[in-house]
Design a protein around this ligand. Sequence first.
Ligand code: NDP
Length: 451
Amino acid sequence: MADFDVDLFVIGAGSGGVRAARVAAEHGARVMIAEEDRVGGTCVIRGCVPKKLFVYASRFSHEFEDAAGFGWKLKGARFDWPTLVANKDKEIARLEAAYRATLKKHRVEIVDRRAVIENPHTVRLIKSGARVRAATILVATGARPVRPEFPGAAEAITSEEAFHLRKFPRRIVIQGGGYVAVEFACLFAGLGAHVILVHRGDEILRGFDDDVRRHLRVEMRERGLHVVLGHTIAAIEKKGRALRARLSDGSSHDSDQVMFAIGRRPNTANLRLETAGVAIDAHGAIAVDETSRSSVPSIYAIGDVTNRLALTPVAIREGHAFADSVFGDRPWNVDHANVPTAVFSEPEIGVVGLTEAAARAKGRDIDIYRTVFRPLKATLSGRATSILMKLVVEKASNRVLGVHIVGKAAAEMIQLAAVAVKMGARKSDFDATVALHPTLSEELVTMRNPV
Ligand code: NDP
């Protein structure tokens, strides 16, 4: 590899790119990584991590409300948005520094520049114009929010700007019905905003189990959120300091901010992938095989830019598998089946495996176990809330194909349930496990009869 400047050039220092760079370097590769923005990528800088910090902030209001029934008298609690944003920024800066330190410790050279591909073995750095010859190139450039085009759309924000608003939006209209829309609707509502969620479909969270979708929407309504289904925002106008969102049903809603959360598009534009002959699929993502290799043998791609499963831990695994396989002589591929996922709504969702509809569509003969119950805490808090748990079980094998939870700590529960599902646990294994009382999760092992 003597005529190459580096063994691996990684474009994009998000979670996946950083993992790939670090592991390749541990295997002895000479690695360079380019990042035009901040090291850490979507998850650390403008995604999962700051979002979860905001979610924590938003949940105090529910705790304060619930506390009264337990004898607490609280007064004078006041939320200060600038404090939250500043403290979040400090933590994100600390994390970015930690990411940079890890790369440096492993002798990965960081280039704070945009990089574009010139040919299957050459990357050009924008501004300096320097060319780097690499034996292998890894594209890990992630994705970015889609912005629609209609009158006044430019007045709206996306999740990226939501993390840096100078003023807390007391009224916000959010368009979308996916992860980002639902999470931000719930967290803004928890922080005290009046929230209207506008979704074009007939139910939020397409792709999730139908019981889960319905249950969450009802819980959101109980917490004061307004969900408008079957409509979109048609236009946005400035009205003094407010923004007026006109919906497709003709109604108008004034708010301080309008936010789009209508999906994310892979960052493939302006990388000059076409000059190297890298094939792009119908969704604008880099087409890769199960080893993350693109149509050009020396160019690989991982994470959201490949639009497989847009989740941080998946991108990290794809990066790790790539580095072990190409530089560590330890080939392995990522198994994309039974990946647990959570929506950090209020209450939150945790799921793993097949939905009831997906299992039926695959022609599986299934039993459904479902429980909806009032949590013990709600007896004293007085909160009108219930928890949904659902198991999708294959009749013939007794295997648990899917676990679906809506309720407090669903994300924490599903991580562990996913171990059982991944191991191929049967419903009888769940039944044989003694309940831990009193918990919410005990209901997972006490569902006796199919519905
Ligand atoms: P999603 O793909 O999850 O949702 C997009 C939503 O926007 C859908 O409800 C979709 O409706 C709607 N939509 C799409 N196009 C339009 C349009 N032109 N007009 C109106 N509505 C539209 O995207 P997100 O941005 O919410 O999230 C992107 C991905 O990021 C997720 O799929 C997930 O993989 C990841 N993510 C994970 C999180 C987590 O793990 N907790 C948190 C946040 C993101 P329809 O259903 O009708 O298509």
